[in-house]
Design a protein around this ligand. Structure first.
Ligand code: SF4
Length: 227
């Protein structure tokens, strides 16, 4: 099912941090001007859409999870997170091609700072759209006495990027969003996010849905760390 009614939002604090602001140090007026200019144009540059598919789980093993169609998602951390899940939700999110075309256009005109700012904004918009979808699903299942787990994407944590095709294969028409997969498992447009989260019965046990593998993980410099 494809969903497309998302707010177009950029987490301004994260954007400024990404662009070099820290503590009392602000971004330069020139960078702020670029942010303001592109913020005004974001609506015409992004088309957020998410395709999602629910699938029942066959079993959860120690080092991965198995679907009924024999798809095996190999990741001990994903397995631990999904240990009580009855089904999972696969998704592919994208903001489309236009923003990336604009970034390429800026590069061709040697406007590298413009390209950098716009590219960063695109990354944050697609993350935000994915968060909006995840939150919407959480609310939907909460109203039905269930919960959702944290989301995982191939290439992050201990789930290999090589398993990206397993996400795409869950969809009858994975290309209907205009997102394609290269033979190195990278998505085009780049401003796309794929992944999966579990749906679990709550049974009064909040910790099932709230389990976060990062809490006990020693990789302190991990860019995907949560919480
Ligand atoms: S910090 Fe979190 S996301 Fe990163 S490897 Fe550890 S468990 Fe995975």
């Amino acid at each position: 099912m494809v969903v497309n009614n998302f707010q177009i939002e950029v987490d301004n604090e994260r954007l400024l941090r990404f662009l070099g602001s820290s503590g009392n140090k602000n971004v330069s007026p020139a960078v702020q001007q670029k942010i303001d200019r592109f913020s005004d144009r974001l609506e015409e540059l992004v088309t957020p859409r998410i395709n999602f598919k629910l699938k029942p789980l066959a079993s959860v093993k120690k080092d991965g999870v198995l679907l009924h169609d024999q798809t095996w998602l190999k990741s001990p951390k994903l397995s631990r997170t999904f240990r009580s899940a009855k089904k999972v939700c696969f998704f592919i999110a994208t903001i489309g091609h236009d923003l990336e075309r604009k970034v390429s256009e800026c590069m061709e005109k040697n406007r590298y700072a413009d390209a950098y700012v716009l590219d960063a904004m695109g990354s944050l918009v697609v993350e935000n759209v994915t968060d909006q979808f995840h939150l919407r699903m959480e609310r939907y299942y909460q109203a039905r006495g269930q919960a959702v787990t944290l989301r995982f994407s191939p290439g992050y944590c201990d789930w290999s990027l090589r398993e990206q095709p397993d996400v795409f294969n869950q969809f009858e028409d994975p290309g209907n969003l205009g997102v394609t997969l290269s033979n190195t498992c990278l998505m085009t447009p780049r401003k796309s996010v794929s992944g999966v989260f579990g749906i679990v019965p709550k049974n009064g046990d909040q910790t099932i849905a709230d389990y976060n593998p990062c809490t006990n993980c020693s990789k302190t410099n991990c860019i995907a760390r949560r919480g």
